[in-house]
Structure formats: structure tokens, C-alpha cells
Ligand binder design. Structure first.
Ligand SMILES: [Zn+2]
Length: 397
């Protein structure tokens, strides 16, 4: 195993195994110089070449396994909820191993996309497999998509995913703020209250935010410590502009290993405001990705968006226009208000013949996208994460 360099085999079990190996290296039970190389190489291979844009892993239902680099089929991939949970578990150990915020970036992306898609908005039903494309009359018909459900299920004969997902949610209080070597690391932004006791006093943080829908986060410090404490706030890789203020004043800070660091003698009631500017941005696929090349995914902050047939007619005919403006809106589903976004795209207007020599005609059309985790909460419908993209609109004059 020390010789392994690729993410191979059963997706869930690989992450469980490497979670344990990383923990044993941290505990000094396995040698870092041999097993450490395997841990780093397998992680890099998984994240850089074998992970879906939602964070999902496991490209094939047969043996529920990884396949080869760049093989990430949208519709028939396995992407088990447990596998996404397992990536979070391993990421948490890698974070402790390297103290680098890049691992928390993966944890966060996985949490809000790969994991959360496995759970219905009303909390009562679950996805075992998290497909990136669902075609209402086709996916359920295909033998190689027999594992894909258009609707979340109340339970499974092999019910690993629901309990695994809930265990992870239960661990978020542990994983959002870590204290290591006297540094208080904030890795995940969410409503939370964490208390750290030290021989020379206490250091409490109350975190308030509407994250992931908004990037504003407030921290109220409660402390009686006389010594300086370093607060390290993760600046996610998706974030191009951020600001930190303490008690209303902009604070110069240094980003090291992905964390904006503020070291000072804190007073009881000090208030830190972190602003992480969230923008709608398209993600594009590397040319090696046979199925996704020439397509784009809409994102905002840590959320991957998708388009559903409920909001968009004939999804197969639609493309994104990368020059679009965005209009925020909301959708009511399963008793919840979920953010949605409208943008301009294109629709093919002359779809008739299966193949023909004339280039298809298109016209501008308004598209609606919702966060991927919320798909499939309004009845069975088409869904697509990757849409073709154009960087120009057709001349309609
Ligand atoms: Zn499972």
C-alpha cells in the first residue's frame, strides 16, 4: 500500500482506508516517509483527475469504484453519498496533517454539493447515488443507470448513506473550528459556538452567518486570556476578494497556507467581520474530460448550480452564454425558500432532423439555475449540471 499512487478500487473504502492511514501517520504509528508519499499522491490523483465537479467520486456502478483518469460520466457515474462523506472524513485528517486550507476547501465543496445532494430538503428522503444528469424518460430505462434514482428514497435495503450523512452533519461542530498549537483555525463557516479552555483562560467564538448563501460572517470573541491568540480564517480558493475587520476597523492580515491570520491580544466582546465576496462564475472542464469538454458549470461561492426541467423547457436544447448578467430570485420547494438565479443563454430553435449538414440555429433565452443540492425536490424532472456554453449571442437583427 505504501507504493500506491492512484485512487483505485471501491471509492468509499479507499477513502476510509486513507482516512485511517493518515490518522496513523499523525499518531506516529505509520512512518511518514513511506506512507506519507502514498497519502499525498493518492489524494492528488483523486482530486485532480478522478473527482466530479460536485466533489462526487466513483465513476462506475460496477464494483462502485474509481475507473481511470478523466473518466467522469455525468449520468451513469456512481457518486455514492457515502463516498462524498468519506472524502470529508479524509479531508479532515489531511487538514490536520498539512495545516493547509486547500483540504478544507475540498471538505466544504464536498459538503455543500456531493454530500448535501443526498438529502431531501424536508429531511425525510435520500439519494444513494448522486448523478449529474437526469433524463426523466431515459435514465430510469437504461440498464447502466439502474442505480440512479430520479427521486430520493425514504430508505434503502443497504442503508449506509442516510446514517453516514447524518453522522457527518453531527461532526460539523467538531470540524468547523480547530485549535492546533495555540492557533484557532476556522475551516467551515456556519452558525456555531465553540469554547476553548486553556490553562491561562478561555477563548470562545460565536459565529453567525447566512453562509453558504452569503459570504458575510461575524465572530464574537469571549475571552479572559492575557496572551496573544492567532485567529486563522480560511479564505476559500473560489474567493477573489475578501476583507477582514475587527471592531469595525480594516485589519492588515497575511494569508498563509490559505488562512488570513490575525494575531492580537483579544478583549471580551471583540467582533470580527469577514467578508468573502461571492460571485456567479462559470467553471470549465479540461479538454481531457471527454464528456464535459466544451461545457460549463455555474457556481456561486461554494455552491454548484444545475438546471432543472421544472424551470427550463427542453433542457437538451439549452446552452449557457458566458457573457450573461445574473438576476437573483428564489424558488419555493418542500416548504423551503431556495435561492435561484436567472441568466441569459441560448436555445436551439430548429431541432427536427437527427443529423443534418446545416449548423443549428439558436435564439437568446432566459435560463434558471438552482443549487445542485436542491435538485429533485419538486417531483421527477430532467436535470443537468454541465451545459454547453457559447461566448457570443446570435445576431438576431
Ligand atoms: Zn452509502
Amino acid at each position: 500500500m505504501a507504493d500506491q499512487r492512484e485512487a483505485d478500487g471501491h471509492a468509499v473504502k479507499l477513502c476510509y482506508l486513507y482516512t485511517a492511514v493518515t490518522e496513523l501517520i499523525l499518531a506516529g504509528e505509520l512512518p511518514k516517509d513511506t506512507y506519507g508519499a502514498a497519502v499525498d499522491a493518492v489524494w492528488e490523483n483523486m482530486v485532480q483527475k478522478r473527482m466530479y465537479v460536485t466533489g462526487g467520486i466513483g465513476s462506475q456502478a460496477y464494483a462502485e469504484r474509481f475507473t481511470k483518469d478523466y473518466d467522469l460520466p455525468s449520468e451513469r457515474g456512481y457518486l455514492e453519498t457515502c463516498a462524498s462523506v468519506a472524502v470529508c472524513m479524509w479531508a479532515e485528517k489531511m487538514l490536520d496533517y498539512h495545516q493547509d486550507a486547500g483540504y478544507a476547501d475540498v471538505y466544504e465543496w464536498e459538503l455543500y454539493n456531493g454530500v448535501l445532494a443526498g438529502w431531501s430538503l424536508d429531511g425525510n428522503t435520500y439519494h444513494y447515488a448522486n448523478t449529474l444528469r437526469y433524463r426523466k424518460k431515459i435514465t430510469g430505462y437504461r440498464q447502466d443507470c439502474a442505480h440512479v434514482e430520479g427521486q430520493r428514497q425514504p430508505w434503502f435495503a443497504c442503508a449506509c448513506c442516510p446514517s453516514n450523512l447524518l453522522r457527518l452533519i453531527g461532526n460539523l461542530a467538531r470540524d468547523c473550528i480547530r485549535i492546533r498549537d495555540g492557533v484557532v483555525y476556522v475551516d467551515l463557516y456556519m452558525g456555531a459556538q465553540v469554547s476553548a479552555k486553556a490553562p491561562d483562560g478561555r477563548f470562545d467564538i460565536r459565529m453567525e452567518t447566512r453562509y453558504p448563501y452569503e459570504g458575510e460572517v461575524g465572530f464574537t470573541v469571549g475571552t479572559n486570556r492575557a496572551e496573544e491568540v492567532e485567529l486563522a480564517l480560511r479564505i476559500p480558493a473560489w474567493c477573489r476578494h475578501y476583507a477582514v475587520r475587527v471592531n469595525g476597523e480594516s485589519i492588515p492580515n497575511q494569508v498563509r497556507k490559505g488562512y488570513a491570520r490575525i494575531r492580537r491580544r483579544w478583549k471580551d466582546g471583540d467582533f470580527v467581520h469577514l467578508s468573502l465576496v461571492q460571485e456567479y462564475r462559470f467553471l470549465f472542464a479540461d479538454g481531457h474530460l471527454w464528456e464535459q469538454s466544451g461545457k460549463a458549470v455555474l457556481t456561486k461561492g461554494p455552491l454548484v448550480y444545475c438546471a432543472e426541467g421544472t424551470d427550463n423547457e427542453e433542457l437538451a436544447l439549452l446552452s449557457y452564454w458566458t457573457g450573461t448578467a445574473f438576476t437573483e430570485s428564489e424558488k419555493e420547494m418542500a416548504g423551503k425558500t431556495i435561492p435561484a438565479v436567472r441568466c441569459m443563454g441560448l436555445r436551439q430553435t430548429d431541432s427536427a432532423e437527427l443529423y443534418r449538414f446545416a449548423e443549428p440555429k439558436t435564439e437568446p433565452v432566459e435560463l434558471t439555475a438552482i443549487p445542485y443540492f436542491a435538485w429533485g425536490n419538486r417531483g421527477e424532472t430532467d436535470m443537468e449540471v454541465w451545459l454547453p456554453y457559447r461566448n457570443t449571442l446570435p445576431d438576431m437583427s
